[in-house]
Design a protein around this ligand. Structure first.
Ligand code: PEP
Ligand code: MG
Length: 501
């Protein structure tokens, strides 16, 4: 209500209506763009609130009904300006056949969830909401990132055929995927799956996953006003651990905020949420929330093969404090006489450049590294992973990234710990020769990518990739690195290579 009365908000709208002779709907304020410097104080204070108020007024002006994604009751393709990870996880797969957004990039959480739900999606189209109307007939080709509005009859038929071919291909490679991934020269590599929700374990096993390399636990905290308690968390983790047994389940502790802000919580206003109170920083500031989760994980570990993984480690203090809290959680369980298992492997996500540089120090405090390239690329190259304006600059093959990966893998070997990768880079077929050459011990990805990645590993010779990496390290641009991969491995990877980016 206070914002509604703010002169700057309605004053600017009236000014636009008068000066540009447009109606109120057309003059919708885009707070990020249209505020003058002297007006920005308000937007800085409460950006989400300003956008929300503007959206509500807009809804009323155009007579639109507020859409509850979970309640959609017919088969649709969702077209939205943006979808948060919390909203995306509400999608009913029987009803929502695909989605398209103006915002987002390939490594945005919305894009990641779309892939794990196996729902065709194209994100970051910039003008989808203004170009597509209700009831338009559309084709969403998530594989190539194409959207066709009002397709001709022949195009429809062609896409129906492509869909059938794709499903047949998937059925074949899913069958072969149950076998281990062993390279042509006999090196076996664990190919694991990333999950967001416990229900995904069945798909993961079906696709031949050798375990869970990343269980993103934050989704149990979304769409509710309170925090889940220890018993509730324990029940969910135990289910996953028991179904997967004896395969490993890597449970990552809460990585909320930045683009995974809690819904229905009054989050503090942060000017730069990606650099703010996120991941381990949040947990160390909310010890009770963290304790509940740590106890739940240790209790679930009594039922199978569990590893614990701490996100967003950027200094030695964080890994030290996280380990201390894990010890305290174990001691409290011991005192209470509850069954638990403290003898589990501990890992640090390597996804902040400082952690790469301090990898030798962090290695002394963990059993494994798991490289999160989605954030590592974002923080190393200063590219917002969810911003479609800079999506073309989000380059996993940038030599700066490759050198970082190599450094982390070398440190892991020196310190005798394992090095895994669970960012989207690990699930991209044409990156595999490079990742094998660098010496990754395990790769984790969206479950439906596992069959493709296993197939690629089987066709490669690990010894060759070790010489190949020497050439890769001489490259000075992402483009030449990509061309080198294409020229060296093009025949093996032909069905997977589109363009980089
Ligand atoms: C990453 O940053 O690469 C990662 C795997 O974690 P998330 O995508 O959940 O931030
Ligand atoms: Mg991350």
């Amino acid at each position: 209500m206070a914002l509604l009365k703010d002169k700057m908000l309605y004053g600017r709208t009236i000014e636009t209506v008068k000066q540009e002779s447009v109606n109120a709907e057309k003059s919708r304020i885009e707070p990020e763009r249209s505020f003058r410097d002297d007006d920005r104080a308000l937007f800085k204070r409460a950006p989400d609130d300003v956008v929300q108020v503007a959206d509500s007024i807009m809804h009323n002006l155009v007579g639109a009904k507020k859409i509850n994604i979970a309640a959609i009751d017919k088969r649709v393709i969702l077209v939205a300006h943006d979808l948060t990870p919390a909203e995306t996880s509400q999608i009913n797969l029987e009803r929502v056949m695909g989605f398209i957004t103006d915002r987002g990039g390939k490594a945005s959480h919305t894009g990641i969830i779309a892939r794990s739900l196996e729902i065709p999606a194209v994100v970051g189209l910039k003008n989808a909401t203004s170009s597509i109307r209700n009831d338009d007939l559309i084709i969403v080709d998530g594989k190539t990132g194409t959207v066709i509005i009002h397709p001709a009859e022949a195009t429809l038929v062609q896409y129906e055929e492509r869909k059938i071919d794709y499903e047949e291909y998937k059925a074949v490679i899913t069958r072969e995927s149950k076998a281990p991934a062993e390279s042509a020269d006999g090196v076996r590599l664990a190919v694991m799956g990333n999950i967001e929700l416990p229900e995904e374990v069945f798909a993961l096993l079906n696709y031949g996953g050798d375990g869970i390399g990343l269980y993103r636990t934050e989704f149990q905290y979304f769409n509710r006003a309170d925090f889940p308690g220890e018993d509730e968390l324990f029940d969910k983790y135990k289910d996953v651990v028991e179904v997967m047994h004896p395969k490993p389940v890597t449970i990552r502790t809460l990585d909320i905020n930045a683009d995974k802000a809690l819904t229905n919580h009054f989050s503090s206003e942060e000017t730069n949420p990606a650099l703010g109170l996120r991941g381990i920083r949040y947990c160390l500031k909310k010890p009770q929330v963290f304790k509940d989760q740590l106890r739940a994980i240790l209790r679930a570990a009594a039922f199978g093969n569990v590893r614990i993984l701490f996100p967003m480690i950027s200094t030695y203090y964080e890994i030290r404090d996280a380990n201390r809290m894990l010890d305290e959680a174990a001691e409290s369980l011991e005192k209470e006489g509850l069954p638990y298992n403290r003898d589990i492997e501990i890992g640090a996500m390597i996804e902040v450049p400082s952690a790469v540089i301090m990898a030798d120090v962090i290695a002394e405090n963990v059993d494994f590294f798991s490289i999160g390239t989605n954030d590592l690329i974002q923080y190393a190259l200063a590219i917002d992973r969810g911003n479609e304006q800079v999506a073309h600059l989000f380059q996993p093959l940038d030599p700066a990234i490759i050198r970082m990966l190599k450094h982390v893998a070398d440190v892991a070997r020196e310190k005798n710990i394992k090095v895994f990768m669970c960012g989207e880079m690990a699930g991209t077929p044409h990156h595999i020769p490079l990742l094998l050459g660098i010496g990754m011990d395990e790769l984790s990805m969206n479950p439906q990518t596992i069959p493709d990645i296993k197939r690629v590993i089987r066709s490669l010779n690990v010894e060759d990739t070790r010489s190949f990496i020497k050439e890769v390290l001489k490259q000075t641009t992402a483009k030449s690195t990509f061309e080198l991969i294409r020229d060296t491995y093009g025949s093996i990877l032909s069905e997977y290579i589109y363009t980089e980016g």
